[in-house]
Design a protein around this ligand. Structure first.
Ligand SMILES: NC(=O)c1ccc[n+]([C@@H]2O[C@H](COP(=O)([O-])OP(=O)(O)OC[C@H]3O[C@@H](n4cnc5c(N)ncnc54)[C@H](OP(=O)(O)O)[C@@H]3O)[C@@H](O)[C@H]2O)c1
Length: 226
């Protein structure tokens, strides 16, 4: 499959949908259409989110040319069926090409955080933050709340702005149109405030943090290389 010439906008819209049952695709299509209307040109679907069809339909209904939107998908854990699953994703989306194809769960590829950072500065690799708002655990942190007041912004805007300061791509999911606009219009944080946010690191995981035995999908954090 040829690479497209599209580059990846640094703010995207999340494509994962909680289990909405039969309404899942219709709800996803609604928030994706409003995101496209509000300037988002990067969408983050995956085969396993079950929203690829909604992504394709939203793009077509938006009237925005496919070439103007960065769309990718992700290989689920069936690593021996790559071509077949790319084709299924393309069929679901209704498109002939993807701008990028990721391995959703590279279980067998452990990395060292420091090594990752170093290799990124060397190979110019972009990193994407999923679950970028950090949920209410981060949103309600007093430092974040204080900075939100200082910048006349919402806590989520402060958190997303911090990601952008590190050149990390963000894909906040948002069904609410006003919040979609907020998340696409971020303040620039001062150096001293970025330092305050850096200092919040507690070495804790929020997403995929493991069950009561510390296992994620049956694997330990160490086995996953995280
Ligand atoms: N590769 C992976 O394994 C993986 C794992 C997790 C996520 N992801 C991707 O990352 C995307 C984002 O992750 P996520 O949905 O878990 O987390 P998130 O984007 O950090 O948070 C989404 C939640 O925050 C709310 N929200 C959005 N903007 C807000 C604002 N300005 N103020 C207050 N609340 C706000 C949304 O509410 P409303 O929807 O009601 O607006 C939604 O409940 C997913 O959709 C998916 O595409 C990938």
């Amino acid at each position: 499959m040829p690479n497209s010439a599209n580059s990846c906008p640094i703010i995207g819209i999340g494509g994962w949908a909680p289990d909405f049952g039969e309404e899942r695709a219709a709800k996803a299509k609604k928030w994706l259409l409003s995101a496209l209307k509000n300037g988002y040109r990067h969408i983050d679907p995956a085969y396993s989110y079950g929203t690829e069809k909604a992504v394709g339909e939203a793009i077509i209904e938006s009237g925005i040319p496919r070439e103007d939107i960065f769309v990718f998908s992700k290989l689920p854990s069936h690593h021996g069926r790559v071509l077949e699953l790319i084709q299924e994703s393309l069929d679901n989306l209704g498109f002939k090409w993807l701008d990028m194809y990721l391995m959703h769960w590279p279980f067998s590829a452990p990395y060292e955080l420091e090594g990752l950072k170093l290799n990124i500065l060397k190979h110019d690799i972009a990193v994407v933050a999923y679950n970028p708002s950090g949920t209410d655990i981060v949103r309600k942190d007093p430092v974040i709340v204080e900075l939100a007041a200082k910048y006349n912004a919402t806590p989520t805007q402060i958190i997303l702005a911090w990601h952008l300061s590190r050149n990390v791509v963000v894909i906040p999911k948002g069904t609410n149109e006003e919040r979609q606009k907020e998340n696409h219009n971020l303040p620039t944080l001062e150096e001293e405030d970025l330092k305050k946010i850096n200092a919040l690191d507690r070495g804790q995981r929020i997403c995929n943090k493991g069950d009561e035995n510390g296992l994620v999908y049956g694997m330990s954090i160490e086995d996953l290389g995280w």
